[in-house]
Design a protein. Structure first.
Ligand SMILES: Cc1ncc(C[n+]2csc(CCOP(=O)(O)OP(=O)(O)O)c2C)c(N)n1
Ligand code: SF4
Ligand SMILES: [Mg+2]
Lengths: 271, 379
């Protein structure tokens, strides 16, 4: 396929560091769009603030770079007004689950027909490596110089509990899986989440002595466990492992389908 | 002979008039979060929108509501949110986004006492400065203030028209008294209401510049999903909409952004004068307090004191020229407002303190009475 067809080539070079995993995720997204044959005019990509949230600037769609954490809120309004747009939200772990955590769980609850791709690198990359809601306990961050005291979110489980229609987790090493999950998420007519583990060598890897981007990706390869196998493993065995796979895939009316019922009822009563 | 009932007469509350004015203006998307004393606006639209082809959504907080309103406007709808003090504070960051990215939208603030939770069920007019400067950075904003139920209807329509015309957020700054006041009004025939829509691009998508610098100072706005693929960001950007660090381009865009207000202020600013022709004492007020002022001016005239009222229907940009045109012959100026002098300060500035400015202020949730203003006039 021709990636350049979807890219704003004149905006290159991008801001991402050597070894950053964000570009690998972008390629997965573009491959799936190409496979599905979506028209560029029919796609809107919406983001918040962060390295991950810079993705929309590089793609030739309707693109919206909002405020930190608020992409889902903006996208909710856009989807209601333009229901035929395919809306892809790209967000970081901090953007989606710290400052934007409220919007994330409520969009899942509402089952708005949006896809959120979360680039989880365990850290606030853009601002220089402060702890995020997914930084594991004990790991170092610029604001956790003695090790992070806070317990992390499991983003996929959070999305599942909040009511999302589709939830899956992959890593940038597992590109095939990532593509498959993104495709399933795009086709879901409800709130879908794909959490992708991605290395941030600059703001996380270096401080935690995890090597360069390649080392960090090889770590993902070694330490990922499929969800079926994980179910047979003990708590101890799962320590430090990344559980990948499809957590949720269910059919339920989405927000706009339910609002259609509201309209029908209102018209019936008011006629 | 039996009189035919006038089909345009309504017994409405200010907040209902706001919701209905929005519908009349063509608003079809509302996102909100409940807060007293604004909730009736959301409630009326929750009831009415499904029937008139609009969409109401109750969001998880005011930040989300403001975001959804911007997203909806980028999709091409006329959009609105309504709130009061605490919620208005939460909306500020995204109001700045709307100003920076030039996304038309209307924000209603039915003012209550503050700061913080303050006085949820009592009026105040203490968000005048927040409405102007609540979000960070030098940004344009338009703020309108109604003094009656009918005017709430009219200014809501006007808020949408100005938002669309100048591509910027417009704030309707009402207050608890006006929001909850019920009056018998006659609404205009829909066919007589002027409706302004945003300027659409005439350029082809390949040549479209979302922040084009031209003589109009107001770039044409394409809706998302209609063939114009462009980038919208809150970062400083150039004509193309993409972020830039080039000081020259940033300066040009930032000056144009703020010039929209300076250049078109005469079209934006509206005031009402009452008994100002031969006055000795000029009373300046706005919103619900202006109603008490009117009574006080009449009472003062009956006692032989020549008082007049200047009522600010537009608060920002500030009606300094209109004050300039009135204040020279007067002995003193009285400014009545339910805060500690936010407008009075601007008045002193506009009149270079050439006249004594007597402040009538109240911040306890009680309205300022005509007697209190009368005393300030005759003292
Ligand atoms: C309201 C607000 N608070 C803080 C910031 C500063 N800020 C910018 S990006 C960011 C964190 C981004 O982290 P994440 O979402 O994980 O993205 P990453 O850079 O790691 O891809 C923060 C805190 C901001 N832009 N806005
Ligand atoms: S700081 Fe981290 S997340 Fe940001 S571009 Fe560099 S490697 Fe990627
Ligand atoms: Mg991150």
């Amino acid at each position: 396929m021709d990636y350049l067809y979807y890219l704003r080539e004149e905006k290159m070079p991008h801001i991402w560091c050597d070894g950053c995993g964000h570009g690998i995720i972008l390629k997965s997204i573009l491959r799936v769009i190409d496979k599905l044959g979506w028209e560029k005019d029919d796609i809107a990509m919406v983001s918040g603030i962060g390295c991950s949230s810079r993705t929309p600037g590089y793609v030739d769609f309707n693109t919206l770079h909002t405020t930190h954490g608020r992409a889902i809120a903006f996208a909710t309004g856009l989807k209601i007004v333009k229901p035929n747009l395919h809306i892809i939200i790209v967000s970081g772990d901090g953007d989606a689950t710290a400052i934007g955590g409220n919007h994330f769980i409520h969009a899942a609850r509402r089952n708005t027909d949006l896809t959120v791709i979360i680039y989880n690198n365990y850290i606030y990359g853009m601002t220089g490596g402060q702890a995020s809601p997914t930084t594991p306990i004990g790991k170092k961050a610029s604001t956790a110089p003695y090790g992070n005291p806070d317990a992390p979110f499991d983003i996929s489980r959070l999305a599942q509990a909040a009511g999302a229609a589709y939830v899956a987790r992959s890593t940038v090493y597992h590109v095939g899986k990532t593509d498959r999950y993104i495709e399933q998420a795009f086709l879901k007519r409800g709130f879908s989440v794909v959490e992708i583990m991605t290395p941030c060598p600059t703001s996380y890897g270096r401080r935690n002595k995890e090597g360069n981007g390649v080392d960090m990706i090889m770590f993902q390869k070694k330490n990922s466990v499929g969800i079926e196998r994980a179910q047979k493993m003990s708590e101890e065995e799962l320590q430090g492992k990344i559980i990948t796979g499809v957590f949720v895939d269910k059919e339920q009316n989405n927000y706009l389908q339910r609002y259609k019922e509201v309209i029908d009822k209102a018209k019936q009563i008011n006629q | 002979m039996e009189k035919k009932p006038n089909p345009n007469v309504r017994m409405w509350q200010g907040n209902v008039a706001c919701a209905e004015g929005a519908i009349a203006a063509g608003c079809r998307f509302f996102a909100g979060y409940p807060i007293t004393p604004s909730s009736e606006i959301a409630e009326v639209l929750a009831l009415r929108f499904p029937v008139v082809g609009g969409h109401f959504i109750q969001m998880e907080d005011e930040i989300a509501a403001m975001g959804a309103v911007i997203g909806g406007s980028l999709g091409g709808a006329k959009t609105m949110t309504a709130t009061s003090g605490p919620g208005f504070s939460l909306k500020q960051e995204n109001i700045g986004f709307a100003a920076m990215a030039e996304v038309p939208c209307v924000i209603v603030n039915v003012q209550r006492g503050g700061p913080s939770t303050g006085l949820p069920t009592h009026a105040a007019q203490s968000d005048v400065m927040q409405a102007r400067w609540g979000t960070h950075g030098d940004h344009p904003i338009i703020v309108l203030s109604p003094s009656s139920v009918r005017e709430t209807y009219d200014l809501t329509v006007r808020a949408f028209n100005l938002a669309e015309k100048y591509r910027m957020p417009v704030i309707l700054l009402s207050d608890e008294i006006i929001g909850h006041l019920t009056e018998k009004i006659e609404i205009p025939d829909p066919s007589t209401i002027e409706i302004i829509d945003r300027k659409k691009p005439i350029d082809t998508p390949e040549n479209y510049l979302p922040y084009k610098m031209d003589d109009s100072d107001i770039p044409a706005m394409a809706n998302f999903g209609e063939g114009y693929r462009y980038h919208v960001t809150g970062l400083a950007h150039d004509e193309t909409g993409f972020p830039t660090n080039d000081p020259e381009k940033i300066r040009a865009q930032m000056l144009r952004l703020n010039r929209k207000i300076q250049r078109f202020r005469d079209d934006i600013v509206e005031v009402e004068t009452f008994n100002t022709d031969d006055m000795d004492v000029l009373v300046i007020s706005f919103g619900s307090t202006a109603r008490s002022v009117k009574r006080a001016v009449i009472n003062a005239r009956e006692k032989g004191v020549k008082a007049g009222l200047l009522r600010l229907k537009t608060i920002w940009p500030f009606p300094d020229k209109e004050i300039e045109a009135l204040y020279k012959p007067v002995r003193k100026i009285v400014v009545a407002e339910m805060n500690l002098g936010q407008i009075a300060h601007e008045v002193e500035w506009a009149t270079r303190r050439e006249k004594p400015v007597v402040r009538v202020n109240k911040i306890d949730g009680e309205p300022i009475t005509p007697i209190e203003i009368y005393e300030a006039i005759i003292s």
